[in-house]
Design a protein around this ligand. Structure first.
Ligand SMILES: [Zn+2]
Length: 175
């Protein structure tokens, strides 16, 4: 069994030491996540590598995953949605540092060298960003009564049918 993770961490110290944090975290204090979904199947499985890269930047990479229940927007029944958040963060002390980051790296703010971060906050942010904007069952288990909707239903009929629009959506990160 993976072990429980510490509540608070010093990210700068962990990066200097090149530590790997792997374990589980309960979502009991993740109120924003709880508000966004119907329920959460605890715990979150977390794997985070803290390190300094070749240029001396302090990075946090890895992933966290948990299954949540959301309302299926097609049949309105609860649907299990596995969340997988890929973490790619760089420690920064202020907005100016954050502005220098490449597009695919998000800032993790920790002002002082000894600042402690609540691990649950960090993980909750990442999970929230990985939530689908529209939750749906995989087709075979969706409870829409037969005949109520065609199999290849496109609920947002307008935009999604334009192939170019679909391509554009693929290139844009989902928010
Ligand atoms: Zn459904």
């Amino acid at each position: 069994m993976p072990s429980a993770l510490p509540e608070k961490v010093n990210p700068w110290l962990l990066c200097r030491a090149g530590e790997m944090l792997a374990g589980t975290l309960l979502t009991e204090r993740m109120d924003r996540l709880a508000a966004a979904v119907t329920s959460v199947a605890d715990p979150v499985v977390v794997e985070l590598q803290f390190e300094r890269d070749q240029r001396g930047k302090s990075r946090v990479t890895g992933q966290c995953s948990v299954t949540v229940t959301m309302q299926c927007q097609r049949c309105l029944e609860p649907a299990a949605v596995p969340l997988l958040a890929v973490v790619c963060l760089q420690l920064v002390k202020d907005e100016a540092d954050a502005g220098l980051l490449p597009d695919d790296v998000d800032p993790l703010f920790a002002e002082g060298d000894s600042e402690l971060l609540l691990l649950a906050d960090l993980i909750e942010d990442e999970l929230l960003m990985s939530l689908p904007s529209v939750a749906r069952h995989q087709d075979p288990v969706c409870h829409v009564p037969a005949g109520a909707e065609p199999a290849q239903v496109v609920t947002e009929a307008d935009d999604d049918q334009n192939p170019f629009k679909v391509l554009m959506n693929l290139k844009r990160p989902r928010t």
